[in-house]
Ligand binder design. Sequence first.
Ligand code: DGL
Length: 271
Amino acid sequence: MDNRPIGVFDSGMGGLTALRQLVRLVPNENIVYFGDTGRVPYGARSSDTIVKYARQDMSFLMQFDPKAILIACGTVSTTALPILMREYDLPVYGVVEPAVAAALKATRNKRIGIIGTKATVRSGSYAEMIRYLNREIEVFSKACPLFVPLVEDGRVHPGDPVLSCLIDEYLSEMVRAEVDTVILGCTHYPLLTDAIGAYLGDGVRLIDTGLESSLALREHLFKSELLSDREGSGTVSYYVSDSAADFKALASVFLGSEIVQDVRRVDIDKY
Ligand code: DGL
């Protein structure tokens, strides 16, 4: 048993969709969340910059003596995870492996789509892991860079005209490719589940990376006997690198409830 906190980080707000799942799955754990809201988006940046930012995010969280880290960001998981795993002596979890495992279980016709930021698609991490595990699978990847600003603007409803236009622009090739499973490879995208689901139809299974990675982390903590034995609820502490008030105002869209705790602002350049 280990009552130290779990560290969770993302480039900004998107990781809150994973945090929401994690709190549901392990409610008695203490969690420290860092959202790099001052430097979001990561998804349009070079690999070097993403790795530099991810190291600073890790270094910030390490001061809380976490027992494990969940990288609740598709972009960092696909671009920097192997580097961070080598550099830090604690379990560091990303979203790729759990999402791939779920997609391989879900697909029936062996045609899997992957959507994410430009950096995520450029990394090729999802496609590589899928092919490594099953060479019969055909993978179709598409960068959808404009989904993130749209989600942050609250335009997530299936009838929204701008969203509908973008979904058609980005996902019509997934329809043509006849995929039966799509990995939502960015932690913002679970908010688009209804809209994307309505466009692709009931026959297409959508994989939520935040949910799958939270399930995998819980499993890991259980097997390693690292789950907390705390009675009652754990705490969630929030840190961001830009306005705490702005983060709080938008957070409920991602979390499904208001943040009642204080959100603290940190100078991430110091780390
Ligand atoms: N949360 C990021 C991800 O999952 C998307 C936002 C960004 O580009 O930083 O890839």
